[in-house]
Design a protein around this ligand. Sequence first.
Ligand code: GAR
Length: 190
Amino acid sequence: MSYKLALFASGSGSNAENIINYFSGSSKVECPIIVSNKADAFVHQRARKLGIPSFSFTAAEFRSGEAILHLLEEYKIDFIVLAGFLLKVSAPLLAAYPDKIINIHPALLPNYGGKGMYGHFVHEAVVAAGETESGITIHYVNEHYDEGAIIYQARCMVEPGDTPEMVAQKVHQLEYEHFPRVIESVVTKD
Ligand code: GAR
């Protein structure tokens, strides 16, 4: 049996592409669709290049969940992976996928999480605070931003003089290295 993931992404989608490449040819995990809340996000171009259908829904459609759940059912999706997805996951999706929604956050939660803490805002805050390390947190999603149970963390050094862009690059490297295999171990564990 093969597990099917829906990748949710709001922007560039480099993590989504990395995950798709990791599982291409896998007999255990498939990534049949990409879902976004932005019709003009670069992730749609990546999807076209990779030959994977991508869909866009409005914030209101994400809140209601109905059309998205219909799509997820049509593709027999088992897990949702948030790979740079910036909207809060609504109650209908959480109810339909209990403990089956996984997020990646570009910092060491519980620090630098919550509403408005995404992408470069996180790295700017980490540098402004003079942190000596940052990293990634992979966690289950619940009704509160960035508060679900932590599955895995990895760390990187923040050197004196590092810019937010330099920290972002180190964090992205950790994401590419760890996120696909952590997803694999979560979805294939039962
Ligand atoms: C990633 O660094 C991811 O951790 C972060 O957005 C970036 C998306 O990059 N997610 C969040 O900040 C969620 N709060 P990508 O579109 O190139 O994969």
